[in-house]
Design a protein around this ligand. Structure first.
Ligand code: SF4
Length: 450
């Protein structure tokens, strides 16, 4: 009988080096989608997710601290007075995991934050040493945003792919193996099974739901419009089919990975929220990516509550109208207050309304962040300070990179917000520490201390 060889593909989410990292429902979703696509094409799939969470410390909602170990910083970061760590399993553990599985013919490595590239490089080189004959592909956000840097630094890879180069990846596989891929899903069509291969994890604490790509806005600090230039929405029917698929596998917590959830809300968000609310089982939904308050009305607010949102997160960024306009002009105070009002009327308590404000923008004054904290505290909602990360292919990066105190353009390692790249006399690290303390005190007074 004719026997078709089944090739093995190994997916790797590398460990990372950083000053701080925490799993806010993080998963290597793109990598897991690729795993499912390859599985549909006949590959046998293996996974090593190096970014393991300390299970004993995982919160009920699914978030949790990564396992970590203090390590020496690389030469570029020597002298920075912060503890540098490896988050996730060690290189030795990775090697032992690799030794426990059969040799893969194809290896896919993802790479997320641009300043995490040293971990990706180390994992790539470790895998290459062990498997000199395997085909290794590296993809993810880092190579998409810093392609030239990735090509120079990830020389051991056979292929480096950017987000929009899925056909390059398919061609590479077909040219490397004597196979014809029958399933070639495209990123501009989200209404496709297979679902991401979360079955490769021992236990599922939550599942992210990808409901759209792209964004209608072009905020000056955000790379979403560059990464996903097209807006692609997934049909409510398809989203709900996936939700039921996971419900049958005992998942009850869902995390919306969506930058644009409320765009065309009548056609997409509202039907999804209604259907989620009608599920005959208790579910929790989280939206760490923030909703646009300008698109919240009374009905949306009620539906968010009905659907099972534990907390709603909104983006405000700043209360300074000039800065707000310059950053993206998504919302103003009046519209924002209307959104808060709708959410409160729908039953969300102030503690359950989280609002992101940006800190550390180029030439931002620290008092600008304090004003936003005061404003949100007066409204009785929970402020979250989001420390600005300079991201290539964004307007702020292009305009201000030469003003950063590190060479953020030359070496992505300096794009880490933990380094406070845009510290200046009007807003330095001591100011940031003061603001964090100030916010904690304000939140204590509001009874948000947990
Ligand atoms: S910050 Fe949000 S609203 Fe602005 S471009 Fe990015 S995803 Fe869109």
């Amino acid at each position: 009988m004719f026997h078709v060889k089944q090739y093995r593909a190994l997916l790797i989410n590398p460990y990372v080096y950083d000053f701080a990292a925490y799993s806010f429902w993080s998963t290597p979703l793109g990598l897991l989608y690729m795993g499912s696509i390859l599985r549909k094409n006949g590959f046998e799939i293996y996974l090593i997710d190096c970014l393991q969470v300390i299970e004993g410390k995982r919160k009920e909602d699914g978030r949790g601290p990564f396992i970590k170990e203090k390590v020496e910083p690389p030469p570029q970061l020597a002298g920075i007075r912060k503890r540098f760590k490896r988050y996730g399993i060690s290189k030795e553990e990775l090697i032992s995991k690799l030794a426990s599985m059969p040799e893969p013919e194809l290896i896919l490595i993802t790479s997320i934050m641009t300043y995490w590239y040293t971990g990706t490089k180390e994992v790539l080189e470790t895998v290459r040493n062990l498997y000199p004959g395997s085909k290794i592909i590296v993809g993810g956000i880092y190579p998409t945003l810093c392609y030239d840097h990735a090509v120079l630094n990830l020389k051991k890879a056979d292929l480096i792919v950017r987000n929009n180069e899925i056909n390059l990846l398919y061609n590479f596989i077909e040219n490397s193996f004597p196979i014809k891929l029958s399933y070639k899903y495209q990123v501009n069509d989200l209404n496709w099974p297979p679902y991401p291969c979360f079955d490769l994890y021992d236990k599922l604490h939550f599942v992210p739901l990808l409901t759209s790509f792209g964004c209608i806005y072009k905020c000056a600090y955000c790379a979403t419009p560059f990464m996903y230039p097209q807006i692609v929405k997934r049909s409510p029917k398809d989203v709900m089919e996936e939700v039921y698929y996971w419900l049958e596998r005992s998942v009850s917590k869902f995390v919306l990975y969506d930058d644009n959830f409320l765009y065309m809300k009548e056609k997409y968000a509202k039907p999804i929220l209604k259907a989620l609310g009608n599920i005959n089982k208790k579910i929790d939904i989280y939206n760490p990516n923030a909703l646009n308050g300008a698109l919240i009305d009374d009905e949306v607010a009620e539906l968010l509550r009905f659907a099972g949102f534990k907390e709603v997160r909104l983006g405000l960024e700043t209360t300074n109208p000039i800065v707000q306009k310059d950053l993206g002009n998504k919302i103003d105070k009046k519209i924002f207050e209307r959104a808060i009002d709708c959410l409160k009327k729908a039953g969300f308590k102030g503690k359950g309304i989280g609002v992101y404000i940006l800190a550390g923008l180029p030439f931002q004054k620290w008092t600008n962040v304090k004003d936003a904290i005061d404003y949100l505290s007066d409204l009785g909602v929970r402020a979250h300070i989001a420390e600005y990360t300079p991201i290539p292919h964004t307007r702020l990066f292009d305009e201000y990179s030469s003003f950063a105190r590190y060479p953020i353009k030359e070496d992505p390692i300096y794009q880490n917000n933990a380094l406070f790249p845009f510290s200046w006399e009007g807003f330095c690290e001591a100011d940031l520490m003061f603001l964090k303390h100030y916010l904690r005190e304000k939140q204590k007074n509001l009874g948000f201390s947990d």
